[in-house]
Design a protein around this ligand. Structure first.
Ligand SMILES: [Zn+2]
Length: 99
């Protein structure tokens, strides 16, 4: 499934500190088709990672995505790195842009 909608929000300075949209230790977070970045020019790697999450949202739906995400986090001993949805996103970071 292709990515239909992407809205990128540069999250910088005071606004970010106030909003806490992007959690500490994360460089970006995706809600549905909306990607929130720290900084104005996210790296290609981060964009690819978040695009994969957008595809996952399109596949599973908003509720389905978070249900799966939370379940995978719990069953893997609360390990963020072992969440399968995250592993898929990380694997996509190094794919060529031609794909
Ligand atoms: Zn991720």
């Amino acid at each position: 499934m292709s990515v239909k909608v992407i809205k990128a929000y540069g999250v910088t300075g005071k606004w970010h500190l106030k909003s806490k949209v992007v959690p500490k230790g994360f460089s970006a977070i995706t809600f549905g088709s909306h990607v929130y970045y720290k900084g104005e020019n996210p790296s290609r790697r981060i964009i690819k990672h978040e695009h994969t999450h957008i595809k996952q949202y399109e596949k599973h739906g908003l509720f389905g995505f978070w249900f799966k995400y939370t379940w995978q986090w719990v069953k893997n001993g609360f390990s963020y790195k072992k969440i399968e949805l995250e592993q898929e996103a990380r694997n996509s970071e190094n794919e060529s842009s031609a794909s």
